[in-house]
Design a protein around this ligand. Structure first.
Ligand code: SAH
Length: 388
């Protein structure tokens, strides 16, 4: 029933089907199926004004006005690329902004979605890492990116499908924002949402082992893992998280994920950096790792490699290998029987390629000042945490 004390409106974009049904039943005292009508208005027809939801009675519309809202992210600016790629800079709170990129290709349209403002993982070759971490995005802010793109594209699920795939490969580490990401992915897959098949929603992670297991328990989405190096020494240098979850543990968790999904492969992303991880010795080590993965699952091509030529950004110490070096690396994998497509660089004229998403994380300075202050307070206190 209606909680008269509640002063803030519920943003309906924060709820998946189950949450919305509960909101209708428990908060509004309405039939659960009303939630289905509202979902279709929001995600299929991109309507945010309850007055336009004409198959709802007047009284229900008034109740919704009072207790709910559909608050979508504000487009700060958008930029089309010469190759059809489209990038949005979406304003979050204050001076924070995140990026979302649409990449059309033959017969498909992929949206690259962000999960956090900034990122805490500090992968050495990623532009997002250079700006530090501010906060997790809410479910509304994650699914809101899909909403903005779908409206722009005139996407109609099951009919005029412009948006066929979503990859959680924008800014942030999705598994560090687990609940909100899982809820948003459930709307992406829902027929009342964007109706995408499991296979067409991909979560990419730098390798948070316990969360990969947790994901396997609640979701069936495709898994991509940012490997980037075939041995621990090199990987720890490039992806510091590897120190905590080394390759052997990471591969074990991927085996468990694939076993749960029976018959599905795991994609391993490998960003090629000149003279760092692009040598024949690395290709051979990578082949061994992938072969071992296939053997564990007793399935050919259980491990898929995706090669990503490094995308440069200002201030980086890494370089993209020459085309010949990329081809040589790919050939070594192919000769060992592995399919290893090179991910074509798209939208690089608008800085929309992998690892180039930067958004704006202005509040970081404030957060960092607060953090420094708390450290100083702790030091003044003889190393004891002074916070309550
Ligand atoms: N945090 C998630 C999503 C990140 S972005 C993850 O780590 O998987 C998606 C992919 O782009 C990741 O594989 C990431 O390592 C890669 N990437 C990051 N910076 C890059 C760059 N400058 N050039 C090419 N690929 C990059």
């Amino acid at each position: 029933m209606i909680d008269v004390a509640a002063s803030t409106k519920q943003n309906l974009l924060d709820l998946d089907r189950e949450g919305l049904e509960c909101f209708f039943a428990d908060t509004l005292g309405e039939k659960r199926f009303r939630a289905h009508q509202v979902m279709k208005w929001i995600h299929h027809r991109h309507v945010t004004d309850f007055d336009e939801m004409t198959d709802l009675g007047k009284a229900l519309r008034a109740k919704l006005q009072q207790h709910a809202e559909v608050r979508v992210p504000q487009v700060q600016f958008e930029k089309p690329s010469a190759d059809g790629t489209h990038k949005w800079l979406l304003a979050m709170d204050g001076s924070n902004a995140i990026e979302t990129v649409y990449i059309p290709d033959k017969g498909r349209g992929t949206l690259c979605v962000s999960s956090q403002v900034g990122c805490a993982l500090n992968c050495q070759f990623c532009s997002t890492a250079t700006q530090g971490f501010n906060r997790n995005l809410s479910t509304a802010e994650i699914i809101g990116q899909v909403w903005v793109a779908a409206r722009h594209l005139g996407n109609v699920p099951h009919k005029q499908r412009k948006l066929t795939n979503v990859v959680m490969m924008g800014m942030g580490e999705p598994l560090m924002n687990f609940d909100n990401v899982v809820r948003a992915m459930s709307v992406m897959r829902d027929d009342l949402g964007y109706g995408l098949a499991n296979k067409r929603v991909t979560l990419s992670t730098a390798g948070l082992v316990p969360m990969i297991d947790k994901l396997g328990e609640v979701s069936d989405v495709s898994l991509a893992v940012s490997l980037h190096a075939p041995n621990d020494d090199l990987r720890t240098e490039l992806v510091p998280l590897n120190k905590k979850y080394p390759i052997a543990e990471l591969m074990e968790s991927c085996v468990r994920y694939a076993q749960r999904k029976r018959g599905e492969s795991v994609t391993f992303e490998y960003t090629l950096m000149k003279d760092v991880n692009d040598q024949p010795v690395h290709a051979r080590e990578l082949v061994r790792l992938m072969r071992d993965f296939d053997n564990r699952l007793q399935m050919k091509d259980a491990a898929k490699v995706n090669l990503i030529p490094f995308n440069p950004f200002p201030g980086t110490r890494f370089q993209r290998p020459e085309d010949a070096a990329i081809r040589r690396f790919q050939k070594l994998l192919n000769e060992a029987g592995r399919i290893a497509p090179v991910r074509r660089t798209r939208g690089d004229d608008i800085d929309a390629a992998c690892g180039q998403l930067k958004g704006q994380v202005m509040d970081r300075t404030r957060r960092q000042a607060e953090f420094r202050k708390s450290l100083e307070a702790r030091a003044a206190n003889g190393g004891v945490d002074a916070s309550p």
